[in-house]
Design a protein around this ligand. Structure first.
Ligand code: SF4
Length: 221
């Protein structure tokens, strides 16, 4: 394929992702989430920094998307108090204490494993701290997802979780689970199983201020 053909194909992909992203935002808004479609990282960081006040406590649900976007660095410059249970030097008891404080932080930021065209948000968790904070506790929740997380419907969301999100994450974490070999979920009974709590948010949880940003990029897995 020529360079011009490549440029054309790439711009068609971007256009398609953009249309899809805007459609999902409409569906999320219909489900009472405060959702916005974002074209660039700069735009996203500006909107996010406007939501966080100096001194706010901010926590992140384990997310490659958040790391790729440089959000922890941006937040530390506000300056806000970052509740990081993976901070160096914490022993097991201190780590657990930070995880408990995350549940009632001012702003909780994470991504999603899948978001459907119906505006439903899917997440799978091992310890449950991420999914529980998404439902209730933090004063504000922000979910940020690239257009690669968009799925047509519930079946394709589960397919994405079982064939991409969970196995790739297990491999990243070096877990001894069958999906790290087969590349797809075997609904294992391994002691190392990382999929223990499954959450679908169909509407905004009633007592949570909940924003969603869909960004026209491929982020996380
Ligand atoms: S349930 Fe087990 S096999 Fe399935 S994705 Fe999770 S860790 Fe892998």
């Amino acid at each position: 394929m020529s360079e011009v053909d490549n440029l054309f194909v790439n711009s068609m992909h971007e256009w398609h992702a953009s249309v899809l992203g805007q459609k999902v935002v409409k569906a999320l808004n219909k489900n009472d989430f405060d959702a916005q479609y974002i074209e660039s990282e700069e735009q996203l960081l500006a909107k996010l920094s406007a939501m966080i006040k100096p001194g706010d406590s901010v926590a992140f649900g384990g997310s490659q998307t958040i790391k790729q976007l440089g959000i922890p660095e941006m937040v530390s410059g506000i300056p806000a108090t970052i509740l990081d249970h993976n901070a160096p030097g914490l022993d097991a008891v201190q780590k657990l204490e930070v995880m408990r404080r995350q549940q009632v932080c001012d702003v909780f930021i994470c991504s999603a494993n899948a978001i459907t065209a119906e505006g439903h948000i899917y997440n799978v968790d091992g310890n449950g701290n991420r999914v529980s904070a998404l439902i209730f506790g933090p004063k504000k929740v922000v979910v940020i997802a690239g257009t690669n997380k968009i799925c047509h419907d519930e079946a394709s969301a589960w397919d994405r979780i079982k064939s991409v999100a969970a196995p790739v994450n297990m491999k990243r974490l070096n877990r001894d689970t069958p999906c790290t070999v087969t590349g797809h979920c075997m609904d294992c009974s391994s002691i190392d199983r990382g999929c223990k709590a499954y959450l679908i948010l169909k509407n905004r949880p009633g007592l949570t201020d909940f924003s969603v940003f869909i960004i026209n990029k491929t982020l996380g897995f």
